[in-house]
Design a protein around this ligand. Structure first.
Ligand code: GLY
Length: 383
């Protein structure tokens, strides 16, 4: 099978890496990919938002499954277009993707489908020329990411994970796309996982199919706030998380290509997913100045030394090849991902690998996974 992965970040490198391991997959293409995807896929110079260009490539190359990483092509209607042309593609349609693309739609949808946000919101919706804003109370607690794969009827939960959005240690400073993540997240204990599935995921699937007339297929990501054994949905995303995908797929033992194909073919009912019980941690190495302005084109050293370590994989995000060198090309540059017999060991190994890598201005958080060390919850069946 030939697979096309759309996007060029750490999530897409991880997807391409995992898909390329499938015995069912002959070749993976990545559009546009990065310097890391070159090792498991063939990069194709097409912008993820150029959906006509992606369609032409998929038709010419005989792509049998397309997997969409970022939100923009989904909101731009790539799934609608590919399906119209009879091509298999993993992701929600344009209307279903509005769950992420339009926060107003998401809040109204959650409220219609009785998904727990009532306490999270001040019910003030301002209407002005198509530009509506919802104000939310600032909720305190611990965040977790709950991600599932769905065929529109069944949701297969991925392992739990926790992102670190603030740029500095101790969750200080401005928010970023994510400075690191680990899986499983002990804050998602068995009871909460079961409730998140029943109260935050399945109502979306049912609601989309029945009330909105839009079957939701693809990855569904609920950003949860957890406090005192309760949870609130902060947001929905219509895609896999970045960097959550890195530790999650690093632990996935099942065949990802089969799972995604089953989702597209509405055949997830009997799907079984197996996880490596060992925790995984991803530390994001970013360019100095990120999430503000930063320099690009800095040579990265130590990639081989880090990547050769046992139970370590260095997923690329903002990188590109320049002759024999690999240089920085974005704010989030690399996701150094490691497994260990327990969370402590996974954290230590990830940071040992980070210490082998260098580029001018490189910085990273030193406390990824620490929140999980404080809780020593047992594993659950969803982890
Ligand atoms: N890590 C946050 C996100 O993917 O939206």
């Amino acid at each position: 099978m030939k697979i096309l992965v759309i996007g060029g970040g750490g999530r897409e490198h991880t997807l391409a890496w995992k898909l390329s391991q499938s015995p069912r997959v002959d070749q993976v293409f990545c559009a546009p990919g990065n310097a890391g995807t070159e090792s498991c896929a063939r990069n194709v110079e097409i912008n993820p938002e150029n959906i006509e260009g992606l369609l032409a490539f998929a038709q010419k190359e005989g792509i049998e499954l397309t997997v969409v990483g970022p939100e923009a092509p989904l909101v731009g209607g790539i799934v609608d277009l590919f399906r119209e042309k009879g091509l298999k593609i993993f992701g929600p349609t344009r209307e279903a993707a509005a769950l992420e693309g339009s926060k107003v739609f998401a809040k109204e949808f959650m409220s219609r489908n009785r998904i727990p946000v009532e306490e999270a919101m001040e019910k003030r919706v301002f209407g002005s020329a198509g530009d509506r804003v919802i104000l939310e109370e600032i909720l305190t607690g611990e965040e977790a990411s709950y991600i599932g794969i769905t065929d529109g009827k069944t949701v297969i939960p991925m392992a739990s994970s926790q992102d670190h959005k603030a740029v500095f240690d101790g969750d200080r400073g401005p928010n970023t796309g994510g400075m690191g993540a680990y899986s499983p997240a002990p804050v998602m204990n068995e009871g909460l996982s079961a409730r998140a599935l029943a109260e935050a995921m399945e109502p979306v699937i049912r609601g989309m199919a029945a009330r909105e007339g839009q079957k939701y297929q693809g990855a569904l990501y609920a950003g949860l706030m957890i406090r005192g054994g309760e949870f609130w949905v902060l947001e929905y995303n219509c895609r896999f998380g970045d960097p959550e995908t890195q530790p999650i797929l690093f632990r996935l033992q099942s065949d990802l290509a089969s799972l995604l194909l089953q989702a597209v073919e509405e055949d997830l009912k009997e799907a079984k997913v197996k996880w490596d019980p060992r925790p995984a941690v991803c530390v994001v190495l970013c360019s100095g100045g990120y999430p503000g302005g930063y320099a690009k084109g800095k040579e990265i050293t130590g990639l081989e030394e880090a990547g050769q370590m046992e139970d370590v994989s260095v997923f690329h995000a903002g990188t590109r090849r320049e002759g024999k060198k690999i240089v920085t090309a974005g704010g989030r540059v690399l996701g150094v991902t490691a497994r260990g017999k327990d969370l402590r060991a996974a954290i230590d190994r990830a940071y040992q690998a980070c210490a082998r890598i260098n580029f001018e201005g490189m910085r990273y958080r030193r406390d990824i996974g620490n929140k999980g060390l404080i809780r020593k919850a047992p594993m659950t069946k969803h982890q």
